[in-house]
Design a protein around this ligand. Structure first.
Ligand SMILES: [Fe+2]
Ligand SMILES: [Fe+2]
Length: 265
């Protein structure tokens, strides 16, 4: 396997030679240069690989040019330990996660119990580690085997609740969403349905508290450390002895995908 400095050198050369081109073209050039340097062929999921293209137009098998497909961790990513903990994922896979730390910090400052603090710390875990679309649903499934059922529930529904004001707690439709999605954006029916469902649920306020600590959690002047939450994680996240990804839980495969996102199979 090539070492990291050779890979970094290839990436730097590709970056240098494409100055002036679009970000997308430069990213593709760097990606290509790294793929050439690896002694295994790293693949990407069809959806990611396709970018702007229709995935049905892509060739079905990657060209290996006589090399083998990568069946382990991607050497371009930081190596994960054999029995990874949640903290390892934060440090070596998740980015950017300041927003999660800031949300958890706000929940702590507001005096909420540790269950809420952990829910805030993990609420966008899918966004920073797996996939953006329907991140509430993916994130809830990812952590469900390891946290209190109420925490996973709150993470699932926060995505829908973000779109709906609740005057009783001073939560308005986010300004940021108008900027992000435009003034005419309307949520799809399943988000409205799940909001209605959450509204009637006994854990509604747990999920609502995530959205309350979420909206003010983008303060660039505050830098929070993951160490501040090591104790909360230790008390409320059931770290499996085998390591996340290897404990045969219903979401173990999702953790393995985060460990090795370019593994061929
Ligand atoms: Fe979110
Ligand atoms: Fe968030």
């Amino acid at each position: 396997m090539e070492n990291r400095s050779e890979l970094d050198g290839a990436a730097a050369a590709a970056a240098q030679s494409t100055i002036g081109q679009s970000i997308e073209d430069r990213a593709d050039a760097i990606e290509h240069a790294l793929a050439v340097e690896l002694d295994r062929v790293a693949t990407r999921s069809v959806l990611y690989q396709s970018g702007d293209a229709d995935p049905t137009t892509l060739s079905s098998s990657p060209s290996t040019d006589g090399r083998y497909l990568l069946m382990g961790q991607d050497p371009r990513l930081q190596e994960m330990p054999a029995r990874p903990t949640l903290i390892d994922f934060f440090k070596r896979r998740f980015r950017p996660y300041q927003h999660l730390l800031q949300s958890a910090r706000l929940a702590k400052l507001a005096g909420h119990d540790e269950k809420i603090v952990l829910a805030c710390l993990l609420h966008d875990i899918s966004m920073v580690g797996l996939i953006r679309c329907d991140h509430g649903y993916w994130g809830a499934q990812l952590v469900a085997p390891y946290v209190d059922e109420e925490i996973a529930w709150a993470i699932r529904y926060h995505q829908a609740l973000r779109f709906f004001p609740d005057e009783s707690v001073g939560y308005d439709y986010p300004e940021l969403y108008v900027r992000f999605f435009g003034p005419d954006y309307h949520v799809p029916p399943y988000i409205r349905r799940d909001y209605d469902e959450a509204r009637r649920h006994r854990w509604y306020m747990t999920s609502r508290l995530i959205t309350l600590n979420d909206i003010y959690a983008f303060d660039p002047t505050v830098s929070v450390s993951l160490d501040d939450f090591a104790d909360v994680i230790g008390r409320h996240f059931r770290q499996p002895a085998e390591g996340l990804g290897f404990d045969n839980s219903p979401s173990a495969h999702m953790w393995r995908t985060i460990i090795a996102p370019t593994r061929a199979l």
